[in-house]
Design a protein around this ligand. Structure first.
Ligand SMILES: [Zn+2]
Length: 491
């Protein structure tokens, strides 16, 4: 009798997909022969939020075509003191598996409900819904969202950073896919086919303790679980085929979804799941579950170490907020070789068998090439709305500048500008002469460095910084030979 009632109840509710057994994601229902479209992401998330008390649906922004950018909050009880974790996927619309994995992750939270004792989640399954529906990398405005974390030109990245500023997560995970099946690798004879690569902060201004914890504790926990479940793993590798250039662990740039949060001393990660060989549907199921299992292991580990992570991140953020002029910030970094070559397990493109190669040209070590001492703050010309716009979008503390007697103000005279290659990209290095100013001719706004964005500000505002604002096309006007650099240092 009881079974009959359940069956009837299920039949009644199957329309609303409310039976636990039938609660499959749209892609799952069709056995991953198609992707979940943005409308369905919204619909499925709403169904889950209705079903489970611990889930709450939030619209964090709208795209230029009016699509909702959503985040689901998962928490139980009072959450002020919990470890906060922000997971987001599909900044790149042609990378589908992260979104599919996050929809399953949200549903499966009900089976991992003990996580909510220690963790409050914010899950944004699809940052780029316009690109996702078209399977195109860029958003509807043609912006590569994962190269838009400094300027925040796109509504999608603005929404993500606003959410970050409101929630202040200790941990962030940015889910992507990589394409190993390029022609150059086919010609090389073997493919890099790790199911999931996970990258950690590599910018050496990010707290050493955070980077070490990520590398020596978090990554091994993910690797172990993936291997036990039949998935392969690697610390995120970037580079052309080994005969054509060097291999390194991604970039030190802070303009992406991993390092823009890492530079605020966040325990931050990037996932790079394997893309499909013949388009986005090939093995979508396997790719989705690879990402899901990585997440499962990752969150399990984080849950067990929640107190420790909170203590590390909080104390390292406190250091940023209390920054002083004794601190050195590296503004130019490069990747250097390891002692030993990298042993890589690859897949032969000819025989389809496993093959092992040794990569001699492996540069996993990041070292500083040039450092500056941190000033008390920077002065930005009050007329420069382009720069002030960035400050506002990042919720950076600033005020109108009034002269203080104990402030010494310095300007850089630009004697020359050279172009060099760094991280395989063209970069401008000025030759500078530092001069103390007695009088300020213009109005300025004052941006103190004793705040969360401490290192971010130095990297952005120093003229010699490889990641500086002056390197960005629309801001090249800042670096003119023979002129003064418009941003001033207060020491
Ligand atoms: Zn991507």
């Amino acid at each position: 009798m009881r079974n009959t009632i359940i069956i009837i109840a299920c039949t009644l509710f199957v329309f609303a997909q409310s039976c636990t057994q039938g609660l499959k994601t749209p892609a799952e229902k069709d056995n991953f022969t198609r992707i979940t479209l943005s409308e369905e992401v919204v619909e499925f998330s709403k169904i889950l939020c209705k079903k489970y008390d611990f889930l709450e649906y939030k619209i964090i922004g709208n795209t230029i075509t009016g699509k909702e950018i959503i985040a689901i909050n998962a928490s139980s009880g009072f959450s002020d003191d919990k470890l906060k974790v922000l997971i987001f996927a599909q900044q790149h619309g042609n990378e589908q598996s992260g979104k599919e994995a996050l929809l399953i992750f949200l549903r499966e939270l009900n089976n991992n409900i003990n996580w909510l004792d220690n963790i409050e989640f914010w899950i944004a399954p699809q940052i780029n819904p316009d690109g996702g529906d078209k399977n195109s990398r860029l958003n509807a405005q043609g912006i590569d969202l994962n190269r838009d974390h400094i300027l925040l030109n796109a509504r999608e990245t603005q929404a993500l950073h606003k959410l970050f500023q409101e929630v202040m997560p200790h941990v962030t995970i940015d889910i992507h896919e990589y394409n190993p099946f390029r022609e150059s690798w086919q010609n090389f004879g073997a493919y890099k086919v790790f199911d999931v690569q996970v990258g950690i902060p590599t910018n050496i201004n990010v707290s050493e303790e955070i980077r070490s914890f990520a590398l020596y504790e978090v990554l091994p926990a993910i690797e172990k679980h993936l291997n036990m479940n039949g998935f392969s793993f690697h610390n995120y590798l970037v580079g052309p085929v080994p005969t054509e250039g060097r291999t390194r662990h991604s970039t030190v740039d802070i303009n992406d979804g991993r390092q823009s949060f890492a530079i605020l001393n966040t325990l931050s990660f990037i996932y790079e799941g394997i893309n499909g060989r013949d388009g986005f549907l090939e093995n979508l199921k396997g790719r989705t579950f690879g990402q899901y299992e990585a997440l499962f292991a990752h969150i399990n580990f984080i849950n067990e170490n929640a107190e420790k992570i909170k203590t590390i991140v909080n104390s390292k953020r406190e250091m940023l907020v209390n920054s002083n002029s004794k601190i050195k910030v590296s503004i130019r970094m490069e990747h250097f070789p390891a002692e030993f070559p990298l042993v890589l397990h690859l897949l032969s493109s000819k025989t389809n068998n496993d093959t092992i190669i040794e990569v001699e040209n492996f540069h996993p070590v990041v070292k500083s090439l040039h450092e500056v001492t941190m000033p008390q703050g920077y002065l930005i010309p009050a007329y420069d709305s382009l720069i002030i716009d960035i400050i506002k979008k990042h919720n950076i503390i600033y005020s109108a500048y009034e002269t203080y007697n104990n402030h010494k103000i310095f300007a850089y005279k630009i004697l020359d500008v050279d172009t060099v290659m760094i991280e395989e990209l063209s970069n401008m290095i000025p030759t500078l002469k530092k001069e103390q100013l007695k009088i300020l001719k213009d109005n300025y706004i004052y941006v103190p460095t004793a705040q969360l964005h401490s290192n971010f500000l130095v990297l952005l505002f120093e003229p010699e910084s490889m990641l500086g604002i002056a390197q960005i096309k629309d801001y090249n006007y800042l670096l003119n030979k023979g002129e003064m650099f418009p941003i001033l240092r207060v020491e």
